[in-house]
Write a protein that binds this ligand. Structure first.
Ligand code: BMX
Length: 285
């Protein structure tokens, strides 16, 4: 008997684009490139499909998970610092034309939340997923249902300052790199974590400030939704010491108020696995 077709999954984030062939939770092939900083999504997607041309014929549907919001197949940024894309880019139509098969599109963190809920640290319990990376994304799964639309966009919470900054602009990878600049010019978030591990005080302070803010967010999420689990992912969220710092910041809380924090288990595949499963179920968000 011929093998079942796989799903082509594309996870297009602020930092990287990951394409994968996925069957169930198994990731059969991957292709990863840095997200371009120039051009537009039509060009990025064309280049990506050129690079994976050899996969043609092995998939019969596509799932696309993107940083930003997807409404009726149109993709827009909420925070252009995370990724600057034109308003209402026709994502579903563009990918359908490139692939020749049906397409389901959703937000990247919501897709990853579904992946972790179904196959990872969510254990199919009520959960909130938080990815701390270029921005802060989130997804909410309650009573077995993934909430779509704006739900979970915790990184977009506004702060009460003159510029009405977003929470993610004070916590995520961009912020960490910016804070590090006076201490180590041009340092990336990854280098800040390395400096913190090596005992540099300035770096430790930056990581702890970010983790404390994320801890406060988790605490507020617990009060809003009372999930069984909060699963933390993303390159910052999973960097050495970050979850430990979140837990330290929550340690004094009374038990009933304390979130149950877990590291994401699917790593960078959470989005591609999640969107493949959603595409399989034809689950419109
Ligand atoms: C931002 C927002 C979210 C996204 C999150 C994480 C944009 C372009 N993105 O909050 O939709 O889920 O960043 O994105 O407005 P990542 O690229 O850091 O994974």
């Amino acid at each position: 008997m011929a093998q079942a077709q796989a799903t082509l999954s594309i996870d297009l984030g602020g930092t990287k684009m990951l394409a994968a062939l996925v069957r169930g939770q198994a990731v059969l092939e991957t292709h990863k490139v840095a997200t371009p900083r120039s051009g537009d999504p039509a060009e990025w997607l064309q280049a990506l499909f050129d690079a994976i041309a050899a996969w043609k014929g092995r998939y019969d549907k596509v799932g696309v998970a993107v940083t930003g919001i997807v409404d009726d197949g149109h993709w827009s940024a909420l925070n252009r610092n995370t990724l600057d894309i034109p308003d209402r880019f026709p994502l579903t139509d563009t990918v359908a034309a490139l692939s020749g098969v049906s397409v389901l599109a959703a937000n990247d963190a919501q897709a990853a939340a579904w992946g972790e809920f179904s196959f990872g640290a969510g254990r199919r319990e009520d959960m909130v997923f938080l990815t701390v990376s270029t921005g802060i994304g989130g997804g909410i799964v309650l009573n077995g249902r993934l909430l779509g639309g704006l739900a979970g966009h915790f990184g977009q919470f506004r702060l009460d300052d003159a510029a009405s900054h977003t929470l993610e602009d004070q916590v995520s990878g961009h912020w960490i790199a910016r804070e590090a600049n006076p201490h180590q010019e041009g340092a990336t978030a990854r280098e800040v974590f390395a400096a913190a591990s090596a005992g540099q005080d300035w770096a430790r302070r930056i990581v702890e400030t970010s983790a404390r803010q994320t801890a406060l967010l988790c605490r507020n999420i617990q009060l809003a939704l009372d999930p069984k689990r909060i699963v933390i992912g993303g390159s910052i969220g999973l960097a050495p010491g970050y979850i430990t710092s979140i837990e330290a910041a929550l340690s004094e809380l009374p038990l009933r108020l304390k979130p149950s924090i877990h590291a994401a288990e699917l790593g960078e595949n959470a989005g591609v696995v999640g969107i493949a499963d959603l595409a399989e179920r034809q689950q419109q968000l």
